[in-house]
Design a protein around this ligand. Structure first.
Ligand code: NAP
Length: 308
């Protein structure tokens, strides 16, 4: 395949912040259409529905689905049914079962399905994975606390059922943890805090362990003002490891071991091109499975109402 003719569905914040600049500098992609009820991109033919776009532009080879997760399955099903490769923003869907259904559909049609996890491509993630593989891990602590008013202003979908609430950023931490730890972890207890006027949690406190009883404590909170925290700590036989700032800096015993410029979305598009060319899919549901487990096992606490 020469250049991949790409369409974007759901033109919003993440498309403008990350997808457009990454696509523009990747010669494997040629952005030729969008489908979005309101959003458009200068110089790219625009449609308001995916059906109209797929009918009108048969040259499309692949679509990137960037709408909220509750609407991803229908669009993915339509695109795969029309013979297009599909890139899905995180989280890949509103339920595990719908994503499994898409995986089967993609396989039956010989198409590539990509469940993207952008934080896995943060600069220091691979160096951290190598470090952890070389030592003994005694405990893990994740602190992912941010100000929802700063990062998700007026995003109603995020507070609705299926929007995941604080797990929307939290799943990024889980996507890193599930990639860097040599052994699988599983949830043992959890408490989720729901604002009394919302269907999704504003905070979550999660306890995991692995088969060797190594504990992992994960804290998500959307009420953090001031300094924001996107950090993963591990006590290891080689000392204290910190993967800080969303996966971008690795330190051990206070010494900076690895740092590099941010390349998450350019890396995602390089990976998408690679799997399309190789006729493969890349769908790892581990981060979404942990979120589903938290909703299944977690105690619920109702806390004060949240207003934007
Ligand atoms: P957003 O701007 O609120 O939504 C993206 C676009 O989806 C909207 O502009 C809207 O475009 C469309 N949309 C909204 N509600 C819809 C509905 N009910 N049905 C169909 N389309 C709808 O959200 P975002 O921040 O870009 O996030 C989108 C996805 O990317 C989420 O899954 C999020 O987790 C992920 N993500 C976001 C960030 C970030 O920093 N924002 C980072 C990484 C990943 P139209 O009104 O034009 O249809």
């Amino acid at each position: 395949m020469s250049s991949i003719n790409l369409a974007i569905v759901g033109v919003g914040k993440i498309v403008r912040d990350q997808h457009l600049p990454s696509i523009a500098k990747n010669p494997d992609f040629n952005l030729i259409a969008t489908a979005s009820r309101n959003g458009t991109i200068d110089g790219v033919q625009a449609f308001t529905t995916i059906e109209a776009m797929l009918d009108a532009v048969p040259e499309i080879d692949a679509v990137s689905l960037c709408m909220p997760p509750q609407y991803r399955y229908d669009a993915a099903h339509k695109a795969l049914s029309a013979g297009k490769h599909v890139f899905m923003e995180k989280p890949p869907g509103a339920t595990l079962s719908e994503v499994a259904d898409l995986e089967k559909l993609a396989a039956s049609k010989g198409l590539s399905l990509f469940a993207s996890w952008h934080s896995r491509y943060a600069a220091a993630v691979e160096a951290t994975k190598s470090f952890l593989a070389s030592t003994e891990i005694k405990s893990v602590h994740v602190v992912w606390k941010e100000d929802v008013r700063q990062w998700h202003p007026n995003q109603d979908w995020i507070w609705q059922a299926g929007g995941l609430g604080v797990f929307d950023p939290g799943i990024n931490a889980l996507s890193i943890v599930t990639h860097i730890l040599p052994k699988a972890i599983f949830l043992t207890s959890a408490t989720l805090e729901f604002p009394e006027n919302r269907d999704a949690p504003i905070a979550a406190d999660l306890h995991f362990k692995n088969a060797d009883n190594v504990p992992a404590h994960v804290e998500f909170d959307w009420r953090q003002t001031g300094k924001q925290s996107w950090d993963i700590f591990a006590e290891t036989a080689a000392g204290q490891m910190v993967l800080a700032e969303g996966g971008s800096k690795l330190s051990v015993n206070g010494e900076l071991k690895f740092e590099a410029p941010e390349e998450e979305y350019p890396s995602l598009y390089r990976r998408f091109a690679e799997i399309v060319k190789a006729d493969e899919s890349d769908v790892d549901l581990a981060p979404l499975r942990h979120v589903a487990d938290a909703f299944m096992l977690g105690k619920r606490k109702f806390v004060e109402a949240f207003h934007d």
